[in-house]
Write a protein of this length. Sequence first.
Length: 279
Amino acid sequence: MKMIKTALLTAILLLSGCSLGDGRPAAEDLDLALAGMDGRDAVSFEGSAALLVAGKPVEESALYYGGKLQDHNRVSLYSLLPDGKGGPEAAAGQRLQQLEQSGTAGSTYYTSLVKKDGEWKPHQPAALQEGAGTLAALNPLRQLEELQEKDKEVTEEAGSAGGSRVLRVRLSSAAAKQQLVQQLEQEMQAVRPGTSDAGYAAQPAEVRSAMNNLWLRKSGELKQKLDKAEVTSVYFLKVDTRRNLPKRLTWTRTVRYPGASGTSAEEAFVTKVDFYGYQ
């Protein structure tokens, strides 16, 4: 009888996403960590992102980036070239200081976002910020907010180190696809002729027409591809349980769609970001 009760208790805990450590549901720990982040005025972060096709990294797709949250609602993001000198935090801090002082980044991408009316928006016109769209999509504050908003399943990974928990957050199929569609629609609108190109109006009418037709064709092809795609989106959030704050967020979005000759193709977008220096 005792063995049966133990088995039943274990099953209940697993099904509810609870931890055997403190009995608190994993979803509650997620809410506490997100609330802890929301209560902070400043934090620094550094991460990386890459695209994989058929399980293999795409050459030159890797992007290393850093940034920081200031005054609770301003985020600066910039790309990094890892050189191994002085450690990641030192390199990130030095690079951000250079960018803020010069206002330019050479071949390095840089963008600044401000949260207004619940949305993260460019602090400067997108046309003045090369690579702004790429970096904006990597905003970890927005990624954490989406964990709170989206339909999802939250469980705890076994084997977490002392003082931390690793939460697995899997978006529902509908939420994962909606997330991707919204992101790609925003990116397509950002490159729509006339949106950010100051010289568009000066082009001859036939050139403007050709540019618009090309954009419409590409937009239509993308929509058709997305309609047939299967999307999964899984996050792993490492939480500092002593302070109820995020320590690391990893995210894998996998897209499967029909390929040539009836075979299916698979792409995966993978990101990892570490948080430090909370204030």
